[in-house]
Write a protein of this length. Sequence first.
Length: 340
Amino acid sequence: MRYPAFLQPGGTIGFVAPSFGCAIEPYRTAFENAQKKFAALGYQLVLGPNCYAQQGVGISNTPEKCGQELNRFLCGDQADILISCGGGELMCETLDHVDFDAIRQAPPKWFMGYSDNTNLTFLLATLCDTAAVYGPCAASFGMEPWHPALQDAMDLLTGKKQRVQGYDRWEKEGLKDEEHPLAPYHVTEPRVLRRFPDQDAAFSGRLIGGCMDCLVNLTGTRYDRVADFCQQYQQDGIIWFLEACDLNVFAMRRAIWQMQQAGWFAHVKGFLIGRPALYDQPAMGLDQYHAVYDLLARYQVPVIQDVDLGHLPPMMPLICGSYAQVECKGNDISITMLCR
C-alpha cells in the first residue's frame, strides 16, 4: 500500500469537484468560510476549475472535465493534498476519464471525501494500491465551530493522529440551510452501538469500504478488482466499513447480497456499518440491522452497527487501505490506522 506524505505546516491544500461543486447555498458560503479557516491555519490554497461549476448532471461539470481535473491534480504538483468540494450523484461517469494508470505511477497524494467520492477513495486503494481518506468534504470545514470530527480529519491528513474514536452524540436533524450555512452539527442523539454478536470485540485487517450506493454500482464492472485486492492482502485480512445514503432496508440487503455474490467478502475479519441516511425506517418487518446482519452472519466475524460513519454526522475519518486495529468495548469504539 502506498501512503502519501502528510500535509506539512504551510503546505498547499487543493480543492477539486469530481462530484458536486459548491455553486449553490449553503455550500458556497460554507466553502468560502472553510477557505478562510484553512488560510488562517497557515495553509496555501489552490482551487480546481470545477469548484464553483454547475454545468454537469449530478456532478459539477461534464464527466470529461471532472476527470481532467482529477488527473491534473493527482498527477501534478499544484497541491500537497486534495479535498473534494462535496458529494453528489453521478461521479461514476467520470471514471472513464480518470487515468488510473498515470495515478498509479505518480507519487501518491492524499485525497479526502465521502459519499459519491467513494468512486475515488475506494478505487485509489483497490486499483492504485494508494491510501485515501474517507472523510468530510470541503464545505463541512466552514462550520462554526468545528466539531471534533473535523479536527480528527485534519489530524489524520497532517500525521498528528492515527487513532480515532466514536463521538458521544450524533445529528438526526441538521440545522444547516441557506439561511444558516455555517451551522455546526446539531448533535442530539446518543451513540448506541449494535454489536453482533453482542460482546466486546478486537480485530485487525486491511480497511476498505465506503458508501454502498456507489460500491454496489461498481460491483462487476471493469473497475471491480476487489477479489484481487482481497487476495493480495489475505494475510492481513479485510475489514469492511459500509454506510448507505439513498438505500432503503431492502436495497441495503440487495447490495450486501450482490457484493457477497461477487466474492468481495473473502478473508473478512469484521464489518463496521454506519448509520444509514434513511435511519430507523423498517419495511415489511425488516429493519436496518437485519438488512445487513442476516447475510453477514455466515462469516462469523464481528459486525458492529450504528458506527459513526457516513451521512448522519459526525463521522470518524478513515484511511481506506490502511492496516487497522479495531477495539469495541461496550458502547465505545476506537480504530487505529497504521500506514504499513
